[in-house]
Design a protein around this ligand. Sequence first.
Ligand code: GSH
Length: 206
Amino acid sequence: MLKLYFSPGSCSQAAHIALEEAGADYEAERIDFSKQQQRSADFLRLNPKGRVPALVTDKGVLTESLAILAYIGQSFPGSAVGTPSDPFEFARIQAFNSYLSSTVHVAHAHKWRGSRWADDPAAVEAMKQKVSANMSDCFDLIENIMFTGPWVMGETYSIADPYLFTFTSWLEGDGVDPKRFPKVHGHSQRMAERPAVKKVLAAAAG
Ligand SMILES: N[C@@H](CCC(=O)N[C@@H](CS)C(=O)NCC(=O)O)C(=O)O
């Protein structure tokens, strides 16, 4: 059975929703950041990066949301998050998710994790001050160029949808009004109505 290590509200939420959407048989174990459990010896043995998500499979542990989402999509081909067999269509999904992973996530991380990039408290504070503007720029691009609608890739729901939903949920905390992006905001509202999403949010709250 698959086992997902997650922390509520973090990027691991995307993999959690994808597992639900796929109808996968899985177990979910919460990692409590307030207790620094991501740095515990037990968790570091599993994922030396000290981050979530981590997915234990029968072939070994997978890390990185981009890889985990693609693995779920390819493992459950007929499901709501099954990946397309056409290489170009799959690459389009990966391009979108890669932008979230390598650009938007990094822009967001400057708010709480600036010490990864600088020791000087003034530099860390200066990075924090850029988060709102950088997240706005990223979402301008998503809203106006990258997002098709009603789902990220158009008519077909995919592994890009739970991933975008997760990043959109960070906007308010980053000082950005999500309503500034009507298409993305509508997407979030549609996502919130999906049974898989409701189940994951309830599990995270419990
Ligand atoms: N590139 C990784 C990033 C994973 C990551 O940074 N996860 C955050 C939560 S969103 C985390 O575990 N942070 C804990 C920490 O930095 O101590 C991915 O996309 O999965």
